[in-house]
Design a protein around this ligand. Structure first.
Ligand SMILES: [Zn+2]
Length: 449
């Protein structure tokens, strides 16, 4: 099917996309989803104390399940302790933080029970190319979609609303043909190709959106902000009003948010989640990012330099695979202020990129929390930090409307706060930013590491 797809006529590709939509929906939105969605929605009304007590009970369940795995039973025994002894946060912090690399090498050591026929395997592809496969029980994926739909409901989006989707799947392969989208009738989803957006095709994208009139737009912020920057630059008329634009799957940067809001006259909201289902963070109605405390147990671990925290997550309810304190490789800064929206959940000030997006200073130190300077930068339609083999940094940038020399002065002063003044920084105006094979923007490209 995959091989012949690209040779099919557009209308038949719509049918193939619809079939795929139906097949995925059967699992994602079946009985397990309905139950999980009801539970998550009910917990929306709970007090903060009730949620924390619920989380405590779920952590205990995760500890018990972990005690059935070879990895953790050996670890607990090595300390002469039982799984119940780790309930206290101080004892819990003795449990080693594990990375995907460590787990992948001995995946069977993390199984709490034998594989059963309803289990499946999820494969992730990291931005740096490394993939990770792990077993899941059949409830895991529907439960994750349930927490995402609770967040979307908060922004007035309902299942079945007409969606213009800009996701990484290569929905159009090779030449674009007469239209930049394929239609998943089952999900009422117009799936746009993110790989064909250019100055030349932008008008066709906007004409399509104007005739489709989606009620929301969802997808990858790199792609949506690229289209938005062409809409502004070419003054293309957008003749519909969406409830909002939701983005996920990569960090939303400040300039991306501003350009999307300007082009589509609406708010942009984001969530953080990952296939490993170890942490979820959702934007509330007041624009703050809240940890979904009833989804998993998230720890924000500060590093010794006091920069951004690592996001470490202990998942709930995966009966096929049991991991505690999983290192997501992502960074965040917690807010010191509470949000007045009423949702419980620690507030995250910023998502600060990935630990693997780092540059190396002349001293040999690595600096990873580099998203913040770009969050605050104005007048940019794109930016990326490149470190060459000689160690020098180059900021590759695409100017947007409102750009002037001061934008770079401000960006440099924020960058210097992180990388110091012993490293050279050059600036290079470009017309395109290097992306990953999945169409995402990589904040740091390094030839040095
Ligand atoms: Zn809030």
């Amino acid at each position: 099917m995959v091989k012949i797809y690209k040779h099919l006529p557009e209308s038949i590709q719509d049918l193939a996309v619809t079939y795929q939509g139906w097949r995925l929906s059967k699992h994602r939105f079946g009985v397990d989803f309905k139950q999980s969605f009801r539970d998550f929605s009910d917990r929306s009304l709970w007090s903060k104390n009730e949620i924390i007590e619920y989380r405590r009970r779920k952590v205990l369940e995760s500890l018990f399940r972990a005690s059935l795995t070879p990895f953790y039973s050996r670890f607990f025994a090595s300390l002469g302790m039982e799984w119940q002894d780790f309930e206290d946060p101080e004892a819990f912090s003795l449990i080693p933080v594990v990375s995907k690399k460590e787990i992948q090498a001995k995946i069977d050591d993390f199984r709490p029970r034998e594989k059963i026929s309803s289990d499946s395997v999820i494969k992730t592809s990291g931005t740096t190319g490394e993939s990770f496969s792990f077993p899941v029980s059949k409830n895991v994926e529907p439960r994750q979609w349930a927490v995402w739909w609770r967040y979307r409901n908060r922004h007035s989006i309902d299942i079945g609303d007409r969606c213009a989707l800009f996701a990484s799947a290569p929905i159009i392969q090779g030449k674009m043909g007469s239209r930049p989208w394929r239609y998943n009738r089952f999900g009422n989803e117009y799936r746009f190709s993110i790989f064909h957006i250019s100055r030349d095709t932008a008008k066709l994208y906007v004409d399509s959106l104007n005739s489709i009139r989606p009620s929301w737009i969802h997808g990858n912020p790199t792609a949506i902000s690229l289209l938005a920057s062409y809409i502004i630059e070419l003054d293309l008329p957008v003749c519909f009003k969406v409830k909002c634009v939701t983005v996920g799957s990569e960090n939303l940067l400040g300039w991306q948010k501003r350009v999307i809001e300007k082009a589509f006259f609406t708010k942009v909201v984001q969530h953080y989640g990952l296939a490993e289902a170890v942490a979820n963070i959702s934007e509330c109605e007041f624009g703050k990012l809240h940890t979904d405390e009833d989804f998993s147990y998230v720890e924000y671990l500060a590093n010794e330099k006091g920069e951004a925290c690592s996001i470490i997550g202990t998942p709930f309810d995966n009966y096929a695979f049991s991991v505690l304190r999983y290192d997501t490789g992502d960074l965040a800064t917690l807010s010191s202020e509470e949000c007045s929206c009423g949702h419980p959940g620690r507030v995250v000030e910023n998502l600060d990129g990935r630990l693997t997006d780092y540059v190396i200073l002349p001293s040999g130190d690595k600096v990873a929390s580099l998203a913040a300077p770009f969050h605050n930068a104005d007048g940019l339609a794109g930016a990326q930090l490149y470190q060459g083999k000689d160690g020098a940094l180059t900021v590759r940038y695409i100017p947007a409307s409102g750009w002037d020399e001061n934008c770079l002065v401000k960006l440099e002063s924020e960058l210097r706060l992180r990388v110091g003044d012993k490293i050279s920084i050059k600036y290079e105006k470009v017309s395109e930013i290097q992306k990953t094979s999945r169409g995402k923007m990589k904040l740091v490209v390094s030839e040095l590491n």
